[in-house]
Design a protein around this ligand. Structure first.
Ligand code: CA
Length: 145
């Protein structure tokens, strides 16, 4: 799984890169919005971690431009207490939100959840109870085959 981190603060970016790499992800880092957007649109990442506070093209602008180009899970990062940022992020199509400073395990849990959601296929949606299968996509229920 490949993750793109868009974060201008070197130390924060390096912290994310190191932690995610140690968790088994392949990580690319972009240190500004312009490079980040380019990488997100042209790359083959499975998830984008996007800081709101970026110089020049900020996180909202990146998200908004990215959403018109590609559907890819986006986890946004922002400073504490910016509820408006949170709402704006969701309005623009962010998939999840994390407030800085955060605990790395929480970030990791959210990353895993987003990647899992992105991979959900039709067969994952079939519900099984004993010998009964209910398929909400095909509107079909089958007992014992
Ligand atoms: Ca930043």
């Amino acid at each position: 799984m490949k993750i793109l981190v868009i974060e201008d603060e070197q130390r924060a970016a390096e912290y994310l890169r190191q932690g995610l790499t140690e968790s088994g992800y392949v990580v690319d880092v972009a240190l500004n919005g312009t490079d980040g957007l380019h990488a997100a649109v042209t790359g083959d990442h499975d998830l984008v971690i996007l800081d709101v506070m970026l110089p020049g093209v900020d996180g909202f602008a990146v998200l908004s431009a990215l959403r018109t180009a590609r559907q890819i899970p986006v986890l946004m990062l922002t400073a504490r207490g910016q509820t408006n940022d949170k709402v704006r992020g969701f309005d623009l199509g962010a998939d999840d939100y994390l407030v800085k400073p955060f605990q790395f395990p929480e970030l990791l849990a959210r990353v895993r959840a987003l990647l899992k959601r992105g991979k959900t296929t039709v067969t994952d949606l079939v519900q099984r109870v004993a010998d009964l299968e209910v398929d909400p996509i095909r509107h079909r229920a089958v007992r014992a085959g």
